[in-house]
Design a binder for this molecule. Structure first.
Ligand code: PLP
Length: 389
């Protein structure tokens, strides 16, 4: 049996007539840059997310970049980021000649560890960038409290987490100063190319974001500030306008798939249905939690990625690939170990959780159109690997 990590064709098949009509209508209009489809998308997304302003941009990476530019991050400013994330989270900071300051993560959620944030704050710190990794919320209450205490901006990287509710019902990305999302095809809401979004409840920042998206000119050709070409295409907006009403249904399917994984792994005696089972005699696979409850925190997981922890991860990875099962390592090298950040002279021992995660995590297929048979095959294959060790 073949189980790809992601099957975009399967999703396209379920909405093809609507998508094709939407794309065709943009082609008929020959209106490609911003315009009515983008305005419609921004309005729908602001409503869906429960936020005052939404501004479509060219990618999730550019969403982070324009957000940092909008809050006026300057060369030498320090910006706190988790060391365990997709490269863009730290890359955008360095591109502005600011200093990414790395922080370790929580061992269960892999999200930025608030206690470690406090230790890394200096007089040059300007912002914190929590990432809602894999589709579950970072500890926003704790992070916002730290930000308030030290007068820092909070730029949420919600690239993997559009639609995730925080414990108080607010959607992640709308809690901090500016929220950033990606519409890269593999995200829960993906377009047919690159696209992204920034959101904020701050009127002044919203105006700055909209102006910076078109090179900072307002009126056109008169520049008080410097921006860039950070525009989203009308074609991408048209695709997203069709997909948005399906988003919550798809995320619910991902959660159902995760629940089936948990059930099957537990039936095989390879995992326990608890939040914090450790590697002991009976537990060979550490599972993510759909609802993670610990010290009063409740997180709702939409499983952009389904990431498990195992011993002998690299051997398992090969075994899965040989068995026709798609898989990926998110992420094999934390930022503090990246060659391009050697100049920061990070101390490796300060990041034990991220270092362990880089060595023992692996993502297996979780996309909405997966069948129960495919999920069964993945669990059986992992069981076979563990039992023959
Ligand atoms: C995908 C992703 C990004 C970047 O989004 P792009 O649209 O690919 O530029 C940023 N941060 C995280 C955590 C991501 O997963």
């Amino acid at each position: 049996m073949k189980v790809p990590l992601l099957d975009l064709k399967a999703q396209y098949a379920t909405i093809k007539p609507e998508i094709d009509a939407a794309v065709m209508s943009v082609m008929e209009s020959q209106y490609f840059i911003l315009g009515p489809e983008v305005e419609k998308l921004e309005k729908s997304l602001a409503e869906y997310l429960g936020v005052k302003h939404a501004c479509g941009v060219s990618s999730g990476t550019d969403a982070l970049l324009i957000a940092l530019m909008a809050i006026d991050i300057q060369p030498g400013d320090e910006v706190i980021v988790p060391t365990f994330s997709f490269f863009a989270t730290a890359g955008v900071v360095a591109r502005l000649n600011a200093v990414p300051v790395f922080v370790d993560v929580d061992p269960v959620t892999f999200n930025i560890d608030p206690a470690d944030i406090e230790k890394k704050i200096t007089s040059r710190t300007k912002a914190i960038v929590p990432v809602h990794l894999y589709g579950q919320s970072a500890a926003m209450d704790e992070i916002m409290a730290i930000a308030q205490k030290h007068s820092l901006a909070v730029i949420e990287d919600g690239a993997q987490a559009i639609g995730v509710q925080y414990k108080d019902g607010r959607k992640v990305g709308t809690i901090g100063t500016i929220g950033c999302y990606s519409f890269f095809p593999s995200k829960n809401l993906g377009c047919f190319g690159d696209g992204g979004l920034v959101v904020t409840n701050d009127d002044v920042l919203a105006e700055r974001l909209h102006i910076m998206r078109v090179h900072g000119g307002k009126p056109k050709y008169y520049h008080k500030i410097i921006g860039g070409n950070f525009r989203i295409d009308a074609l991408q907006a048209a695709v997203l306008n069709v997909k948005l009403p399906h988003l919550d249904g798809w995320s619910a399917k991902r959660r159902e798939n995760a629940a089936l994984y948990t059930k099957l792994f537990c039936e095989k005696g390879l995992a326990e249905d608890t939040g914090r089972c450790a590697f002991d005699l009976n537990n060979a696979v550490l599972l993510p939690k759909a609802v993670y409850q610990d010290s009063g925190v409740t997180n709702y997981h939409i499983f952009n990625q389904y990431v498990i922890r195992v011993q002998q991860r690299d051997e398992l990875r090969k075994f899965l690939s040989d068995s026709g099962i798609g898989n990926e390592i998110y992420y094999p090298v934390p930022f503090h170990r990246q060659e391009c950040f050697a100049y920061l002279h990070s101390v490796d021992a300060e990041f034990p959780i991220s270092n362990a995660a880089a060595a023992d995590t692996i993502a297996v297929p979780i996309y909405p159109e997966l069948t129960p048979e495919q999920i069964g095959y993945v669990v059986n294959t992992i069981a076979q690997f563990i039992n023959k060790k």
